[in-house]
Design a protein around this ligand. Sequence first.
Ligand SMILES: Nc1ncnc2c1ncn2[C@@H]1O[C@H](COP(=O)(O)OP(=O)(O)O)[C@@H](O)[C@H]1O
Ligand SMILES: CC(=O)N[C@@H](CCC(=O)OP(=O)(O)O)C(=O)O
Length: 273
Amino acid sequence: MTTKHTDTVGKGSLHVIKIGGNVIDNSENLHHFLKDFTALEGHKILVHGGGKVATQLADTLGIESKLVDGRRITDIETLRVVTMVYGGLINKNIVAQLQRFGTNAIGLTGADGNFIRAVKRPVKTIDYGYVGDIKNDSVDAAAISRLMEAGFTPVFCALTHDGDGQMLNTNADTIASALAVALAKQYETTLIYCFEKKGVLQDINDEDSLIRDIDPVRYEELKKQQIIHSGMLPKLDNAFTAISCGVKAVIIGKADELGTLQKNEPFGTRLSK
Ligand SMILES: Nc1ncnc2c1ncn2[C@@H]1O[C@H](COP(=O)(O)OP(=O)(O)O)[C@@H](O)[C@H]1O
Ligand SMILES: CC(=O)N[C@@H](CCC(=O)OP(=O)(O)O)C(=O)O
């Protein structure tokens, strides 16, 4: 028997789910994940990255990839590559697979429908190039909601625009957090970061060392002990921002195990305020 997620009066439920590059890169894992995603009840938004595929295509084209603190330095050539890879190849492949499973997916960048605007990151010590930062109130939650109420499942890639004709590369974890925060006013929103591990691990090489709950105090301790590092740092920063801005729950878990959520079984690492 499947367990229905209960809605509070007047607010429907929404899952904003982000999948990382390692899941996208593995067709078997992606297929399994998209099947479980389809089975999830209520409104859903999928957000995908694909940094790994962009790096591979850039290599083939002889374009060097430079990342600083997990953020890609995006010159004009790199912007062309990520626009093709995120907005084209990956987004349309995911949409087509979701259609096969019966989810009426619609693939989007932030420019489509003017759903997510961003500003080009100002140059400080590092010039990130065409990288976008999403400011407060730059997600059109009402329009996205209308799309969902009309029966579509939005699939956002890691691209935004500046409203002045310029596409911008924007980290997919940040897009997922911004969408969840904007839509939390209207829906009981759960934000889920799915990647290749069971969640935040005490020992990154031991899948049995899953940390079930993290609050901001524990987060500081784990950072100091260097148990959390690299890509997990910006992910958790985005996750804590979401939870402090009205998102009901934030979970970081394994893409392969998304189905356990539907069965109401324990899943991944949960964050608390
Ligand atoms: N304590 C930790 N537990 C799990 N993963 C961790 C931890 N600390 C660092 N990481 C790293 O964070 C990575 C996830 O971040 P990232 O690569 O940005 O994710 P995504 O696949 O969603 O893009 C993991 O692949 C892992 O290498
Ligand atoms: C500005 C910036 O760094 N953008 C990311 C967007 C893709 C992404 O977020 O992909 P993953 O989730 O697979 O890492 C990048 O180009 O790598």
